[in-house]
Design a binder for this molecule. Structure first.
Ligand SMILES: Nc1ncnc2c1ncn2[C@@H]1O[C@H](COP(=O)(O)OP(=O)(O)OP(=O)(O)O)[C@@H](O)[C@H]1O
Ligand SMILES: [Mg+2]
Length: 263
């Protein structure tokens, strides 16, 4: 994916915005986002993770944080953005959503405006803004994804996950006009499975998205993370894989993903 070269009015480069999304739920978006943030931070990048899964946020659970202030408090002007941006283990920052905010599970004009406002405020302050979105193709999820220049779709090799990933990418191509989407195949069972899956998806997508000459669609394999017991253990302990099992295969794969994004 091409690096964004946008700058703010003050001349500071704006953050690269990357939405991490999926078709099916529970495939590893939050795990990938949090650990990718830590990997980018370890490479000297200033990173913010925005918990954009507004209704069912769980980034706080994965990071074992107990925030007093969340995005909700910023939305309702009970807190400033500075107060709600919290340091997380792993050397990055988070803006947490807090769970059970039913009012944010529908895309109202208010939610839309507030998210746009927040994104514009944080972009000049970080090198990377990662959005951990919900799964699926609801309007809230699609809107959260639309806030980012780059998209990374997480999918596992299971047929249901692949079908849903295909549906999601198709919507991103048709509704958002995206011609390039990144893919991470998570919980891979054997080396090379990511490449195989990416190739298959690319083939069907190209057929669907680019029936006219000159219209191409590119699904770029950004990472393959194997099904690794260390991930489950880290999540159970509510710790970052990169901090607690840095030598594990999955941690190495996340570091490689960060390198690829920085290249
Ligand atoms: N590479 C992996 N190897 C083994 N287990 C994994 C791997 N990635 C994720 N998991 C397991 O899958 C679970 C779900 O991951 P995670 O919460 O990141 O998914 P999600 O896509 O964010 O879910 P949701 O859609 O509910 O937000 C984790 O708790 C972990 O146990
Ligand atoms: Mg999640």
């Amino acid at each position: 994916m091409a690096p964004a070269a946008a700058t703010s009015k003050s001349g500071r480069a704006l953050a690269r915005t990357l939405a991490v999304t999926s078709g099916k739920g529970g495939v590893g978006k939050t795990f990938v986002t949090a650990n990718l943030a830590a990997a980018l931070a370890a490479r000297g990048q200033k990173v913010l993770v925005l918990d954009a899964d507004l209704g069912l946020a769980n980034l706080d659970v994965v990071l074992n944080l107990h925030p007093k202030l969340t995005l909700h408090d910023v939305f309702t002007e009970k807190a400033t953005l500075e107060q709600a941006i919290l340091p997380a283990p792993g050397g990055f920052h988070v803006l947490l959503a807090g769970s059970g905010m039913v009012e944010y599970s529908r895309l109202t004009p208010e939610v839309r405006d507030k998210l746009l406002y927040i994104i514009d405020l944080v972009k000049p302050r970080f090198d990377w803004v990662l959005l951990d979105t919900g799964a699926g193709i609801s309007d809230v999820v699609l809107f959260a994804v639309s806030l980012a220049t780059d998209v990374l779709v997480v999918a596992t090799p299971e047929p249901t996950s692949l079908t849903d990933a295909y549906a999601t990418i198709k919507v991103l191509a048709t509704q958002q006009g995206r011609r390039e989407v990144g893919l991470v195949v998570n919980q891979a069972n054997r080396p090379g499975e990511g490449k195989l899956i990416c190739g298959q998806l690319q083939q069907v997508l190209q057929r669907f998205v680019g029936p006219t000459p000159g219209q191409t669609f590119r699904l770029e394999l950004l990472g393959e993370v194997k099904n690794d017991q260390a991930v489950r253990q880290a999540v159970l302990k509510r710790q970052l894989l990169l901090e607690h099992y840095p030598g594990s295969d999955a941690a190495q794969a996340i570091k490689a993903l960060a390198s690829k994004l920085l290249a």
